[in-house]
Design a binder for this molecule. Structure first.
Ligand code: CTP
Length: 435
């Protein structure tokens, strides 16, 4: 249904020029080695959808490692091979990565019928995949560059916008696909087909998801929470009764949903500030999703998900920090006495952006939200003119007193009681003067 010329046109239109050149070069190396080479999977799906995707996946009908090494020698790339799986990653000098897989021709070889074996070999590789929309391949060899290969009705499903498995045992073979289905459904806006949804419900009912290891479950959850619209995916997980596989007490209460919706808003707000600061958005969503659980439940969730000890401590710290500061701020915001900028600064100092955003999402007080916003946009970057060195010059003996004095000077600056270096020095002298 899609002609070669159209595929090449889509490549030129949607891919950066170096990427197109690389695809052609991969085909040429394939020609030299007489190996059929294809771009496959999500890369082709996104190409046809006109969506961005920097992960180029390539399947080689034959020895993919040999192919990858040949590419590396000819094109000056690094290559990392996994002989056991017949896979390799090629890293180009500009950072672009290409994942190479072998369709392991030898397994399907029948003497005397090489071409059909080659074709069916790619076909077998594609048949093992999760959803029809991920089973497209594009030929990269010079002869036929851009030819779309569609064994399983993928193009039709892309047009019909549907997520469909290839066979009824797909979720039994690999239960992580349940979460992948939801992720694609939300990201692409393609509903899961009715039959596929029934298979998911069946897999849930039969307890196949109990067998899913913590690491793999965590991986899928993180991928979902890193998407642009995780809240819809969480709603879907809740509807399909998947949340209790993460923790038996995990449920989407109206308050959890409120916090999750707020997370979306505060992340958008934060991104629009263009501070150039990286935020692990999934962490903020994770804290929000688990915010109604008591501490044991939170701990249990981390254990179920096999979160590493180091990271678990980090997450628990974030949660505790958030709760503590929320409590202090709510108490103070409720009183009539004025809250000073320095108060806000010292409540929030040192908290990661993830915790700050979690606090903003969790609070029900507009006042508290304003505090955090003021901190993020202004207070956080305030510094004093003077440094410890100035204290030394004044002959103040070094020790913990330095921190106290510098913090007091900073307070004065934050509250507008000091603007110039002279103002600050005056404060230092008054503080350092013998009582
Ligand atoms: N795959 C699968 N079953 C899984 C994971 C992956 O069948 N549990 C297949 C999919 O068909 C996918 C390919 O392996 O196309 C590569 O996986 P991945 O890179 O995770 O998928 P993408 O489709 O590229 O997804 P994304 O856009 O999120 O990277």
């Amino acid at each position: 249904p899609v002609r070669r010329r159209e595929v090449v046109h889509l490549m030129n239109k949607h891919l950066p020029r170096p990427a197109v050149a690389i695809l052609r070069d991969l085909g040429k190396v394939g020609d030299e080695l007489e190996l059929p080479v294809y771009a496959v999977g999500g890369f082709v799906r996104d190409l046809l959808l006109g969506a961005e995707n920097d992960d180029i996946d390539v399947s080689v009908e034959g020895d993919g490692i040999l192919f990858a090494e040949a590419v590396a020698t000819r094109m000056g790339c690094r290559v990392k091979s996994h002989a056991k799986f017949g896979t390799a990653v090629i890293v180009f000098p500009d950072g672009l990565k290409v994942d190479v897989a072998s369709t392991r021709l030898e397994y399907y070889e029948t003497p005397g019928a090489l071409p059909t074996v080659e074709r069916s070999s790619l076909k077998m590789d594609l048949y093992r995949r999760d959803f029809t929309i991920n089973t497209l391949a594009v030929k990269l060899n010079a002869e036929g560059f851009g030819t779309l290969i569609d064994y399983f009705g993928a193009y039709r499903d892309l047009r019909e916008k549907t997520i469909r498995v290839l066979h009824n045992l797909s979720f039994v073979e690999d239960p992580t696909r349940v979460f992948r289905a939801i992720r694609f459904e939300q990201r692409l806006g393609f509903p899961i087909s009715r039959h596929t949804e029934n298979l998911i419900k069946n897999a849930v009912k039969m307890g196949f998801l109990d067998k899913l290891g913590g690491r793999r479950l965590l991986n899928e959850l993180v991928l979902i929470l890193r998407e642009r619209e995780p809240v819809k995916a969480i709603l879907r997980m809740s509807g399909l009764e998947l949340l209790h596989f993460i923790h038996p007490d995990l449920a989407l209460t109206s308050d959890t949903l409120r916090v999750l919706d707020e997370v979306k808003k505060v992340i958008t707000w934060f991104e629009l500030l263009y501070l150039g600061e990286k935020v692990e958005t999934w962490v903020v969503y994770f804290l929000a999703l688990t915010s109604s659980l008591p501490d044991e439940g939170f701990w249990g969730t981390c254990t179920r998900l096999s979160v590493s000890e180091h990271y678990r401590e980090k997450l628990i710290d974030m949660r505790i920090q958030g709760e503590q500061v929320l409590e202090i701020m709510a108490r103070r915001a409720g009183r009539r006495e004025g809250v000073r900028c320095s108060d806000i600064y010292f409540w929030l100092r040192g908290l990661s952006p993830e915790v700050l955003l979690y606090i903003m999402a969790k609070t029900r007080s507009d006042e508290v939200r304003r505090y955090v916003s003021l901190y993020v946009t202004r207070l956080r970057s305030v510094v004093t003119h003077i440094t410890g060195n100035d204290l030394k010059v004044l002959g103040i003996p070094s020790g913990p007193r330095y921190r106290e004095i510098l913090d007091q000077v900073l307070s004065a600056r934050l509250n507008g009681e000091a603007t110039t270096r002279e103002d600050e020095m005056r404060i230092v002298r008054s503080l350092a003067a013998p009582a």
